[in-house]
Structure formats: structure tokens, C-alpha cells
Design a protein around this ligand. Structure first.
Ligand SMILES: *[C@@H]1O[C@H](CO)[C@@H](O)[C@H](O)[C@H]1NC(C)=O
Ligand SMILES: *[C@@H]1O[C@H](CO)[C@@H](O)[C@H](O)[C@H]1NC(C)=O
Ligand SMILES: *[C@@H]1O[C@H](CO)[C@@H](O)[C@H](O)[C@H]1NC(C)=O
Ligand SMILES: *[C@@H]1O[C@H](CO)[C@@H](O)[C@H](O)[C@H]1NC(C)=O
Ligand SMILES: *[C@@H]1O[C@H](CO)[C@@H](O)[C@H](O)[C@H]1NC(C)=O
Length: 456
């Protein structure tokens, strides 16, 4: 390691300088006896053997070893720091969103704090850059962007709502970059579509974290995400819908992430009377919205390409058991590497969740499995690689993936994988196989998480 050698040289050179060469050459040698016995004594002029210096050198060597060890630990530590960094940035984003939703509460101090924290981020990223000593384009651009953010905040001497909007969007973009940066540091290889793993190992910190496009915390019910099987040309599309009640009556579509942040949708679909939904456990799959119709109760789909609706009743699905955070959540749609699914509780299993595989062509149920997850105690559930995962509350800021059911083997597992929340309640949580992320609608906020899998 070049760094070790560099350090070694710097630290040892003064020590070598303290041990002059002549000390060792100006001794005296005596002989005694008839040449049979030779006694050699070495006299060192002016001073005795520099034991103290050697000891010092040994101390320095120990220190050096420690220093190298500390440096090695730092590399590990910076990984952790990046995590903390992401967490802090999340808090910042929330603050900016709050500033915006209540501009009257704006005080100069908030900007001062933003400035201070941005300075800290700047220092951290530059530390990261130094410690990894690799040219990382992501880190370089992060550095520039944090610097740019500082400039923007500095320019905001007078309050202006549109400026806050700029900050909000810039922060969100920054978060996405950080997410990419973290993946780069983790050396995560994109393994999209591969189910060659033994399940979820952990869920990263939430990084995309925005108040909904209505900029209204009262819109607690809703969902957001990406198409889990996009049609050509719509790969980067995002969808969003939110309401102040459990009713589902409209969806917005955005051509890409930046448009989502700018709240600039390219189209909007209002569900006509008689087609309204409820329960907020919908997804978009193959340019089609799958949702639970309210009255009559059934599963429905809106084909966004043709604008046509279709419906199917699921007689087995109970209308008595909903997830714990929200009413009317009887049908929970999910899509993974294996296709399209719907989760519901049945009377026959006394409220336990059943997994049903949807045949996309016929829009019918092709197979069904009964799990041991009792729906009223479950926060939400989603499918990954044909395995259902169920969550339950940890503390106010944590949800826990606690249970899984594999439809291929019938195997159940209990586990504890934490999921950080911003607020206690959420109404829509689903996995997207195209980017291996979880999307959550957390009390009016967009949240997403990268999922990491156990590799054998
Ligand atoms: C960092 O990397 C550059 C280029 O690879 C190299 O020239 C330099 O010596 C390295 N610095 C340290 C401290 O390892
Ligand atoms: C070496 O030892 C001899 C005999 O004891 C002595 O005469 C001489 O002065 C010594 N030389 C030095 C450099 O100490
Ligand atoms: C930073 O700001 C400069 C000047 O406003 C701009 O040209 C540049 O594109 C910005 N860089 C990033 C990464 O946002
Ligand atoms: C799955 O992973 C195992 C172990 O890493 C490997 O031996 C095997 O070839 C992989 N199979 C596929 C289909 O990727
Ligand atoms: C949606 O409509 C288009 C155009 O009619 C059709 O090609 C596509 O198969 C439909 N998708 C679904 C999931 O029904």
C-alpha cells in the first residue's frame, strides 16, 4: 500500500537522523590472554548505547502501526459516515419542505442552519474523496453540487417562495446522487431481474424523500412509484396519486424523476363515477394501473395506453380485514420478477393473508397460497421473487419486515429487517423489480429504499 510506505518514510526519517553513524564506529577493541581468548569491548564516546532512542523508535513504530490501523478503520468508518450523512440530508429535506409548507414560519436562522450543514457536508465529501483516493465521478459531481447548493442558499437573502422550491428540488436530486454514490461505495453490481439469492438481507436508508406533489401534508392517502414492467419509451416514468381520504380517484404521470420533483405531470387520469377506488394499494404494471374498486368491491385495471377499464371480482377476498395503518385496504397489488400478484385476507383463513397470482392476459387468478400473516397486525406486504414479505411496526420511526412466505416452496420465515420511516403511518408499500427498490407513501411523503439480497 503506497500510503503505508509514504507514512513509514516520513515517520522513520527523523528517527534515523537521531542515530549518527559515528556512534557505532568509534569504539575500542582490546584483546587479552595468549590469543586464545578474545574479549571485545566497545566503548561509545560521549554517550552510552542510545537505548532511549531505540525505545523511542520502537514507540514510533508502534504508533505508526496504530496510525495505519486507524486509517484502515477510517475507510470502514467513512462508509458509516455516509449513512449518517444521508440521514442528515433527509432531515434537511424535510426542513426545507416544512419551510415551504409554512412560509410564515420562515426565519433567517433556518437558512443559517442550512448553510452550516451544507458546509459540513462539503467537508465530509471532501474527506471521503481524500480517503478513497480514487477518482469517483459521482463524488466529484456531489462535491460540485453541494458547493452549488451553498451558493444558492447564500444568495437567498430575502425570502422568496420560488427560491425555496429550487432548493427543494436540488436537495432531492442531491439525495439521488448520494444514493448512487453509496451504491458505488458498496460495489453493488446491478443484478436486476435475478432471483439467485436467498431473500432480503437488508433495506438501505430512505433516500428519496419529498412532500407529495400537492405540497399538502393533509394528503395522507396515496402512492407513488415507477411502472414495474414499463412499455417502450416509458422506462423512466413515475406515477403518483394522493387524497385526503382513503378514496382513490385520480393519478398523475411524470416523464422522469426531475419532472416528478418539479410536479410537472405529462398527463392526469381522473377515474369516472362508478370506477373510483379505495384503499391505496395500487401499482402501475405494463402501463396499466391495478387498483381496488370501491363499489362494487372488485379488482380493477385502467389501461393507460387504451384508457380502457376492466374488472374482476374475487369472491374469496374478505372485506373485513385491512392493514393496520389504513382502512379499506382489502386488495394489495404487487409486482415482482415473477409477475403480477394480489394479496388479500380470507374469511376461511380467519384474516390471514392469501397470495394470489394474477394471469395478466385473462385478468384472472391462476394460483393461490395461504400464509400465516394475520392481516390486522400487518403494516403492509409486498412480493419479491415470488416471496411475500410482511411488515409490522417497530417504534414510531421504524417498520420491521418480520415474515416471509415463499410461493415456490411453501417455506415460511420469521426475521427482523428494519425499515426507517419518517412518520408512523404509511398506506402504500411495494417493491419494484426494475430497480430493486421499495416505494412507500409515508403520511404524504414519497420515500424509497434500495433492497440488498443475501447471496449464497
Ligand atoms: C493517490 O492516487 C494517485 C493516482 O493514483 C497517486 O499518484 C497518489 O500517490 C495517491 N496518493 C496516496 C496518498 O496514496
Ligand atoms: C583503547 O584502549 C587502550 C588500552 O586500554 C587505550 O590505551 C586507548 O586510549 C583506548 N582508545 C580509545 C580511543 O579509547
Ligand atoms: C454548478 O453551478 C454552475 C454555475 O451556476 C453550473 O454551471 C454547473 O452546471 C453547476 N453544477 C452542478 C453539478 O450542478
Ligand atoms: C447462482 O449463484 C450461485 C452461487 O453464487 C452460482 O453458482 C450459480 O451459477 C448462479 N446461477 C445463476 C443462474 O446465476
Ligand atoms: C393495454 O392496451 C393496449 C392497447 O390496446 C394493449 O396493447 C395492451 O395489451 C393492454 N394492456 C393490458 C395490460 O391490458
Amino acid at each position: 500500500m503506497p500510503l503505508t510506505l509514504l507514512l513509514l518514510f516520513h515517520i522513520l526519517s527523523p528517527v534515523l537522523a537521531w542515530l549518527p553513524v559515528e556512534d557505532w564506529e568509534s569504539g575500542n577493541v582490546t584483546t587479552s590472554g595468549g590469543g586464545l581468548e578474545c574479549v571485545c569491548s566497545v566503548f561509545l564516546p560521549d554517550s552510552t548505547f542510545p537505548a532511549d532512542r531505540v525505545q523511542h523508535m520502537q514507540q514510533v513504530t508502534t504508533d505508526l502501526r496504530l496510525e495505519v490501523e486507524i486509517h484502515m478503520n477510517k475507510l470502514v468508518h467513512y462508509g458509516g459516515k455516509l449513512d449518517i450523512f444521508l440521514g442528515e440530508l433527509m432531515d434537511l429535506t424535510v426542513r426545507v419542505a416544512m419551510l415551504e409548507s409554512s412560509p410564515d414560519n420562515y426565519i433567517k436562522l433556518d437558512f443559517e442552519l442550512l448553510r452550516i450543514e451544507l458546509r459540513e457536508f462539503e467537508a465530509l465529501v471532501s474527506q471521503l474523496k481524500d480517503s478513497f483516493n480514487s477518482t469517483s465521478p459521482t463524488l466529484d459531481s456531489l462535491y460540485t453540487e453541494i458547493h452549488n447548493m451553498t451558493l444558492i442558499v447564500n444568495q437567498l437573502e430575502t425570502f422568496d417562495k420560488s427560491n425555496l422550491e429550487v432548493i427543494r428540488i436540488e436537495f432531492a436530486k442531491l439525495q439521488k446522487k448520494l444514493d448512487e454514490c453509496q451504491q458505488e461505495q458498496e460495489f453493488v453490481e446491478p443484478d436486476i431481474g435475478n432471483c439467485n439469492h436467498t431473500g432480503i438481507m437488508r433495506v438501505n436508508k430512505p433516500v428519496v424523500f419529498q412532500l407529495n406533489a400537492h405540497l399538502n401534508p393533509g394528503y395522507q392517502y396515496g402512492g407513488w412509484g415507477k411502472d414495474s414492467k414499463p412499455v417502450r419509451g416509458y422506462e423512466s416514468m413515475y406515477w403518483y396519486g394522493a387524497y385526503s381520504t382513503p378514496s382513490v380517484y385520480e393519478f398523475y404521470l411524470y416523464s422522469n424523476y426531475d419532472k416528478l420533483l418539479q410536479r410537472s405531470s405529462f398527463t392526469h387520469h381522473g377515474l369516472p363515477q362508478g370506477y373510483e377506488g379505495t384503499g391505496n394499494n395500487y401499482i402501475v404494471h405494463g402501463n396499466t394501473v391495478y387498483y381496488q374498486a370501491a363499489n362494487p368491491f372488485r379488482m380493477s385495471k385502467l389501461n393507460l395506453t387504451s384508457s380502457l377499464y376492466s374488472h374482476r371480482q374475487i369472491t374469496k377476498a374478505s372485506e373485513r380485514f385491512t392493514y393496520m395503518y389504513s382502512p379499506n385496504q382489502f386488495l394489495d397489488f404487487s409486482a415482482d420478477e415473477k409477475g403480477l400478484w394480489v394479496l388479500y385476507a380470507t374469511e376461511e383463513a380467519m384474516g390471514k393473508i392469501a397470495i394470489a397470482k394474477i394471469d395478466e392476459k385473462s385478468f384472472g387468478i391462476e394460483d393461490e397460497w395461504t400464509t400465516n400473516a394475520f392481516k390486522p397486525l400487518v403494516g403492509n406486504a409486498f412480493m419479491v421473487c415470488g416471496v411475500m414479505y410482511a411488515t409490522r411496526p417497530g417504534d414510531l420511526k421504524t417498520e420491521e419486515i418480520y415474515y416471509s412466505y415463499d410461493t415456490k416452496t411453501g417455506e415460511e420465515k420469521y426475521m427482523s429487517i428494519p425499515l426507517q420511516k419518517f412518520q408512523e403511518k404509511f398506506v402504500n408499500l411495494h417493491y419494484n423489480p426494475t430497480d430493486q427498490k421499495l416505494y412507500m407513501y409515508n403520511n404524504g411523503y414519497y420515500v424509497s429504499y434500495s433492497v440488498r439480497f443475501n447471496k449464497e
